[in-house]
Write a protein that binds this ligand. Structure first.
Ligand code: 3EB
Length: 369
């Protein structure tokens, strides 16, 4: 069995030529990284259930974590980081699997399950809580406080990337929606822990799930990355008050150099320029704007940080979030035309955190330094 993170080579010869991010899953269930991937300690593969089962049967000890998106997602058992998120997958059924090239140790701390190798710590947490009342803010605060405490005490104090999923993200109660409550709780935890607040905020996504309270998973490292902003967008942590009493605490991307490779963890990116949502009601134009934002983020990182990115062709894996599943066919066709058909994508049905947005994209780009 051979699984690569770039199946169905797309139009990009560059993407094909590099074989970037390829992971061969041998019949024995051992991940054999390609030569140029050797220094990167954690990579994402989107695997079928059968591929994942084969990995597990082979006694694969280098799984950092699994994220299961979909209807019939399994509950978490054992100490392995395994998260179930109630977001339908459109046009496929893959598991997001975080693979390590180094030996992995599993552990838990309170309700956080985590796994770590010599370079990174991957963790996840699920809280079955109502997201529409004031207590949600406190639960988010406590979750982030626990995560920050964990990564610091374990020696992986640098958060690179965080994913947040919760139900009723656009539902208003007492003048605040759940996303705004989320932002307040997260802000408080970061503010309490980080003295140089803005400069330490990691890349992130925050997207609505159908049910299930709060789900958070994260990647942290022993050594720092470089948090990046997008020249086309106002920093989210500087958004004006109209979007909520506390601004969203995240960077547009985080660049991490692993050996000779530059890995860019790109935050959830929507049709926002400056601080305003653009192309209301037009999912095609929103997708185009969001992809343009990603492209500029990659290119500006290349210019400022001296990493050999060219643009969209450097994307290794992506997620596309759609509010309305009826848009899937058209979104997929447009995505494959602009970004390419070769990049593995999870298409997920979920509510974008601003009620006026229809699509959001995120991904991981990789190139040699
Ligand atoms: C935006 O740019 C769109 O609150 O963690 C994107 C990525 C968005 C992350 C977050 C929110 C978050 O404001 C929304």
């Amino acid at each position: 069995m051979s699984v690569t993170t770039s199946k169905n080579p797309g139009p990009s010869a560059r993407r094909r030529a590099r074989g970037k991010g390829q992971i061969d899953v041998a019949a024995a269930g051992v991940a054999v990284p390609s030569a140029d991937s050797a220094p990167v300690p954690a990579r994402v593969a989107y695997l079928t259930q059968a591929e994942l089962a084969a990995l597990r049967r082979g006694g694969h000890s280098r799984i950092l974590g699994e994220v299961h998106f979909g209807d019939a997602v399994p509950g978490a058992t054992g100490s392995q980081p395994r998260l179930a998120i109630d977001m339908p997958q459109l046009g496929g059924a893959r598991v997001e699997v975080w693979l390590s090239e180094l030996p992995v140790v599993n552990a838990t701390a309170g309700d956080i399950r985590f796994a770590y190798n010599d370079e990174v710590l991957f963790g996840c947490v699920a809280h079955e809580i109502a997201t529409q009342d004031a207590a949600f803010e406190t639960a988010v605060y406590a979750t982030y406080r626990d995560i920050l405490q964990l990564v610091e005490t374990r020696g992986y104090p640098h958060l690179l990337r965080v994913w947040n999923y919760f139900s009723d993200i656009n539902s208003q109660r007492d003048g605040l929606d759940s996303y705004q409550r989320f932002c307040r709780g997260r802000f408080r935890a970061f503010e309490e822990r980080y003295s140089e607040f803005f400069s330490r905020l990691p890349a992130a996504s925050a997207v609505g799930a159908r049910s299930g309270g709060l789900r958070v998973y994260f990647l942290a490292a022993k050594t720092p990355g470089r948090h990046r902003e997008n020249p086309r967008q106002m920093s989210a942590y500087h958004y004006p008050l109209q979007y909520g009493p506390r601004s969203p605490s995240f960077a547009r991307a985080t660049l991490k150099r692993w050996g000779g490779r530059g890995v860019l963890y790109i935050s959830g990116t929507a049709s926002i320029t400056g601080h305003e949502s653009r192309h209301l009601g037009d999912f095609g134009a929103q997708l185009e704007e969001a992809v343009r934002n990603v492209e500029v983020l990659i290119q500006s990182t290349a210019a400022d940080e001296g990493v050999g990115y060219h643009g969209l062709a450097d994307l290794g894996v992506m997620k596309v979030y759609l509010r309305d599943p009826a848009h899937f066919g058209a979104v997929q066709a447009q995505f494959e035309k602009t970004v390419g058909a070769g990049v593995p994508v999870l298409y997920l049905q979920g509510d974008i955190c601003r009620a006026d947005l229809l699509v959001e994209v995120e991904g991981i780009a990789e190139a040699s330094i």
